[in-house]
Design a protein around this ligand. Structure first.
Ligand SMILES: Nc1ncnc2c1ncn2[C@@H]1O[C@H](COP(=O)(O)OP(=O)(O)O)[C@@H](O)[C@H]1O
Ligand SMILES: [Mg+2]
Length: 257
């Protein structure tokens, strides 16, 4: 996994403190264990949860808040309670992916007041939790989050799009095993600027696929750049659609579409 230095540092610190859990506790200290991951799609937030689980050798539990919501308020609260009971009884990484997306769900959760109540009790439960599990919440939309929210976490980790150096590293890793010319990485990285890690991975796979289909053992610079440029056009189009269709605030007038 390729990370910005500041991100890597925060994650390493969490792993270190988690590993020294009991030593810290003997001194009345608690290791950091509540993380908020913020950043655009495809920058490694979900991947981070999996990597941390593997590093710490504890299970990863994925929780989707939007699936917890039912028509019946009491039921939703009870389900949320159950999740935090599990957090307290089975040590693991509890990953609340895109936890703020509950407002954009069509269907059961149309009631804005209900959504807000669920988010609030979720945040309260995070605050009140004193277990030894790791709680990670991720969001693509930091702008909609209340700043009061940030203080409930031990750390806020901000993910960004890769710079040219990291793009080149990503491409090199992904295309290892294929012959390419040396200058390729640098020039391809220039074209890929603005893409996410996930986009770059997909473009690289696309280039590999083309090479395999045509039974070639090398990937030309032109081919690689072409797949990157295509990916860029695609993601620009998707971003455009999203901006037009997305409510600016989840507490707004409910789902679009
Ligand atoms: N920082 C990264 N380093 C290496 N690969 C990455 C990184 N971020 C994303 N990827 C690639 O993109 C895929 C999707 O990333 P993901 O973690 O789901 O992004 P997010 O949760 O931020 O939307 C990953 O499985 C991985 O292949
Ligand atoms: Mg994700």
């Amino acid at each position: 996994m390729i990370l910005e230095d500041a991100v890597a540092e925060k994650l390493h610190r969490t792993v270190k403190e988690q590993r020294l859990y009991s030593r810290l506790q003997e001194h009345g200290l608690s290791p950091r264990r509540k993380l908020l991951l913020v950043g655009p799609p495809g920058t490694g937030k979900t991947m981070t949860a999996a990597v941390l689980a593997a590093e710490l050798g504890i299970p990863l539990f994925l929780v989707r808040l939007d699936t917890l919501i039912t028509k019946f308020m009491g039921e939703t609260a009870a389900k949320l309670r159950q999740v935090f009971d599990a957090v307290g009884s089975v040590r693991g990484i509890y990953f609340f992916d895109e936890f703020d997306a509950i407002g954009s769900q069509r269907g059961l959760a149309n009631d804005v007041g209900e959504i807000r109540r669920v988010l609030n009790s979720f945040l309260q439960m995070i605050e009140q939790d004193h277990s030894n599990s790791v709680i990670i919440a991720a969001t693509n939309h930091p702008e909609i989050l209340d700043y009061a929210l940030f203080r409930r976490f031990d750390d806020v980790v901000e993910y960004g799009l890769p710079d040219q150096g990291r793009i080149a590293t990503m491409l090199k890793g992904r295309l290892a095993g294929f012959r390419t010319s040396k200058s390729t990485w640098k020039r391809a990285a220039e074209h890929a600027l603005g893409l996410s890690y996930a986009d770059i991975a997909r473009a690289a796979d696309e280039a590999i696929k083309n090479a395999v289909i045509h039974e070639q053992s090398s990937i030309t610079e032109a081919d690689l750049i072409q797949t990157l440029v295509e990916r860029k056009q695609m993601s620009a189009r998707l971003a455009g659609n999203k901006e037009n269709g997305r409510p600016t605030n989840h507490a707004g007038s409910g789902p679009t579409r």
